[in-house]
Ligand binder design. Structure first.
Ligand SMILES: [Zn+2]
Length: 65
């Protein structure tokens, strides 16, 4: 299950594919990781950035807040 945060915004960030700073669409996704035993830790928030130039999607796990 993927839940997209409604607070989508654009940022300028480094793109590893373009090898320069480009505009990215940034959003937060909560993904169901594992199922079963560790149900309490199954929903992990990810910070997802989509490069608006080349379309590369990068997701970074948000460990500590
Ligand atoms: Zn790019």
């Amino acid at each position: 299950m993927i839940t997209r945060d409604s607070g989508v915004r654009n940022r300028t960030e480094e793109c590893s594919t373009c090898r320069r700073r480009t505009r990215h669409q940034v959003s937060i996704e909560v993904r169901a990781e594992s199922e079963g035993e560790n149900a309490a830790f199954s929903r992990e928030p990810y910070r997802v950035t989509d490069c608006l130039l080349c379309g590369t999607t990068t997701s970074t796990r948000m460990n500590t807040v």
